[in-house]
Design a protein around this ligand. Structure first.
Ligand SMILES: Nc1ncnc2c1ncn2[C@@H]1O[C@H](COP(=O)(O)OP(=O)(O)O)[C@@H](O)[C@H]1O
Ligand SMILES: [Mg+2]
Length: 508
């Protein structure tokens, strides 16, 4: 029998072999994912500095198409933070390397997205990626890079330094990749429209390979408050995290250790918790045995009196910006928005924001149009697997006098330090009971307000009909009665009509 052979592969090798995990399944999906990931990085880079984003995306044909494949060049320019030159090679040439492994809300999470797009470009076209960036200082740095997939390291093929005469700040990323734009086009355009909806303070420009220009202009320059980084919440910790904290801590007693490394733990909470878990406040955390660490973790989860995480690490849109975004992109006849209070699942804070738009520019599809967003990213695939789809389907719409064939769009935004995605491809939200409950409550609230609007509309409609009947027959009755009474003058019926009107004339 042959002997098994063992080998180790690098992170980039793993993702190279399993591109599907990140959503790079076929040429059409790949081109969509590549655009999305690079644009997301640009949005993150601008928002982190509270800069209103200006993002320019150019997709062009590169070389001749064969029967099966077409090569494209993707260029994305932003006015974001820029990247310091020493980080550029790894940020674009080393999988699982990034600046967003922190406890605050960002679009990127895994240190993966941008690199997966670059890696896909490299393996399908064997070309390098060009990254030009400046943080607004005197110099602009330009790199030509490839990824050493087996070692998961960047290869710097060229590096240029230019003088930054105009104080330019931002990043330009350019690379080639195989794709199928024509098939991906509807999704890509949807992506831009929806990104504009949930980032109403951004200017987005997209020029497609046929030279068509799509421009989404900002409707406001107000931006949500950027999130601040927080410490891990006690409910979210596991043994691994505890061990790491114990390793790096400079505190030599349990009380300071808890206060210094955990979110929402102050003097009194630390004291009460230590009493609860029968640990001495003066015990040195580095002296905890493995069993004690496991017990500590269990107690952290069990203890009921930790305050829930505060929401400063989140950056929701807020009702005003959500309203501005939906108005700008859908222009509905009626719109109601609602933001839920912060909530948590497994120690991760999250906020649900919801809107219902009715009539006007809302597309009529015969069913509700659902727009799903997570951390201001549109989710365009696998709608039926998303928790929000279940929440919407489970709702008793008849109670709210709403029928699915009405022109209704439902907008759902969840933001969290850890969005409960089911896959690395970031397409749909897992069915967590806490998330489901928040979404259901938000949906009920907006549905209730929509119901008010609809019944008011119905009343106005009925009233119009009633007045229509009056005004049709009253003149005849007046004329007839006048003749019958031998009167020459027909009475003025306007007054009469006004007196039966229930609503002000501006409403009818
Ligand atoms: N346009 C950009 N502007 C500034 N920094 C960027 C930009 N694109 C990428 N980066 C940096 O590169 C890192 C890696 O990006 P990426 O591979 O997409 O992973 P992630 O976004 O999940 O962190 C980011 O964390 C960020 O620090
Ligand atoms: Mg990213």
């Amino acid at each position: 029998m042959a002997q098994a052979t063992f080998e180790e592969i690098s992170a980039s090798d793993f993702f190279y072999r399993n591109r599907d995990i990140a959503g790079l399944t076929n040429p059409s999906r790949a081109i969509f994912v590549a655009i999305r990931e690079i644009v997301e990085n640009s949005l993150d880079a601008a928002e982190s500095q509270k800069i209103t984003p200006d993002i320019y995306v150019r997709l062009s044909y590169e070389g001749e198409a064969t029967k099966e494949t077409q090569i494209y060049k993707l260029r994305v320019e932003d006015n974001g933070s820029g990247i310091q030159p020493r980080f550029i090679p790894s940020a674009f040439g080393q999988v699982l390397y990034g600046s967003k492994y922190k406890l605050k809300q960002t679009r990127g999470t895994f240190g993966l997205g941008g690199k997966m797009a670059v890696l896909y470009g490299q393996v399908t076209t064997h070309q390098a990626v060009y990254v030009t960036s400046s943080t607004g200082q005197e110099k602009i740095y330009s790199f030509k890079l490839m990824i050493d997939i087996q070692r998961n390291r960047p290869i710097i093929l060229d590096r240029k330094v230019l003088i930054n005469k105009d104080n330019w700040r931002g990043t330009i990323v350019e690379f080639t990749l195989e794709g199928d734009y024509l098939r991906a086009m509807p999704k890509i355009l949807d992506y831009f429209k929806q990104t504009a909806m949930v980032n109403p303070y951004a200017n987005l420009t997209f020029v497609d390979p046929k030279g068509r220009l799509y421009k989404f202009t900002r409707g406001t320059s107000t931006m949500p408050e950027p999130p601040t980084e927080i410490l891990p919440h006690p409910y979210g910790v596991d043994v691994e995290l505890l061990q790491r904290l114990i390793q790096i801590t400079t505190f030599n007693n349990m009380s300071d250790f808890l206060k210094g490394h955990f979110h929402r733990v102050g003097e009194i909470t630390a004291q009460k918790f230590l009493e609860f878990s029968q640990l001495s406040p003066t015990k040195n955390p580095k002296k905890l045995s493995h069993e004690e660490i496991v017990r500590l973790m269990q107690n952290l989860k069990k203890y009921k009196d930790f305050l829930p995480p505060d929401a400063s690490c989140l950056s929701p849109l807020g009702e005003d910006l959500l309203r501005a975004g939906v108005m700008k992109e859908l222009n509905p006849e009626y719109l109601v928005v609602h933001q839920r209070k912060p909530s948590t699942y497994a120690g991760h804070p999250f906020i649900v924001e919801m809107a219902i738009a009715y009539g006007g520019g809302v597309p009529k599809r015969g069913t509700f149009v659902i727009y799903r967003f997570a951390n201001k990213i549109p989710l365009l695939y696998d709608e039926a697997s998303d928790v929000s789809y279940r929440v919407i389907s489970a709702m008793n719409w008849r109670r709210y006098k709403v029928a699915p064939d009405m022109p209704i769009a439902i907008v759902i935004h969840i933001c969290s330090t850890k969005v409960p995605y089911k896959t690395v491809g970031k397409e749909f939200i897992a069915d967590r009971p806490e998330v489901r409950r928040e979404e259901a409550n938000a949906l009920r609230e907006v549905a209730r307000q929509l119901q008010h609007f609809l019944s008011r509309q119905e009343h106005v409609h009925m009233e119009k009909k009633r007045l229509g009947i009056f005004s049709k027959y009253l003149p005849k009755i007046a004329e007839f009665s006048a003749t019958l009474a031998g009167e020459k003058r027909i009475p003025d019926i306007e007054k009469l009509l006004k007196s039966v009107q229930k609503y002000g004339s501006e409403e009818s």
